[in-house]
Design a protein around this ligand. Structure first.
Ligand SMILES: Cc1cc2nc3c(=O)[nH]c(=O)nc-3n(C[C@H](O)[C@H](O)[C@H](O)COP(=O)(O)O)c2cc1C
Length: 194
């Protein structure tokens, strides 16, 4: 009886025929930066994922059409800049304005260009946390390539110990179609994980 109900329930669900991958959003939207041959890259990336604890690795999916693509590929380095919700306007701008059209994207987005602690590439001074990465591998994934990076340095201003403090950290989350959001600290629940 229960199996029958579940089956009916699934069959009556509504088809998603376009932009199916948006079902896994919202996801954190970060700023990815780099530098190569005198030019800086800065773009918003919603497709960022941790892929290994030891060694410490993250992957970012970047379209080959982006101005930033060749800079990251050329330098073999990138930084993941984690911004707080107060910078949502800058993250929106970095995600809609291209380095193909503007020279100093940092200032156009209201951000300050800094230099990595370990790698000689641009980073965002206003970031709450930064991961500096060397490109380990580029994997063709479809209309985006996955840049898998070895984390060579990681640092934060505050609100982090072994993870972000859920009561004070306000990440920038992106749903799609221009909708950004953050977390509600009242929604935080804590379970024991072995
Ligand atoms: C919230 C948000 C998330 C985005 N995520 C990605 C992404 O994961 N990968 C990507 O290639 N572009 C992504 N984009 C689009 C680029 O950030 C955008 O095309 C940007 O203008 C590229 O800049 P560039 O040409 O200077 O590199 C995103 C845009 C927004 C607004």
């Amino acid at each position: 009886m229960v199996i029958c109900w579940v089956f009916d329930n699934i069959l009556s669900m509504i088809d998603v025929n376009v932009d199916q991958i948006r079902l896994v959003q919202p996801s954190i939207a970060v700023l990815v930066s780099s530098s190569f041959e005198g030019r800086d890259a800065l773009l918003t990336v919603g497709w960022v994922v941790p892929v290994s604890y030891v060694p410490s690795r993250v992957a970012v999916a970047i379209s080959r059409e982006r101005f930033s693509y060749n800079i990251i590929k050329g330098s073999g380095m990138f930084a993941v800049n984690i911004m707080e919700f107060g910078y949502v306007d800058s993250v929106y701008k970095a995600g809609t304005i291209s380095g193909w059209d503007v020279k100093d994207k940092f200032s156009v987005c209201g951000l300050t260009r800094g230099v990595g602690r370990t790698l000689p590439i641009a980073v965002v001074e206003e970031a709450l946390g930064i991961l500096e990465c060397r490109v380990l591998k580029i994997v063709e994934a479809g209309d985006h390539d996955l840049f898998i990076g070895d984390v060579v340095d990681a640092y934060v201003k505050d609100k982090y110990s072994t993870h972000w403090d859920p009561t004070s950290y306000r990440p920038i989350l992106y749903i799609s179609e221009g909708h950004f959001m953050t977390i509600d600290p009242n929604s935080v629940v804590k379970y024991d994980i072995g």
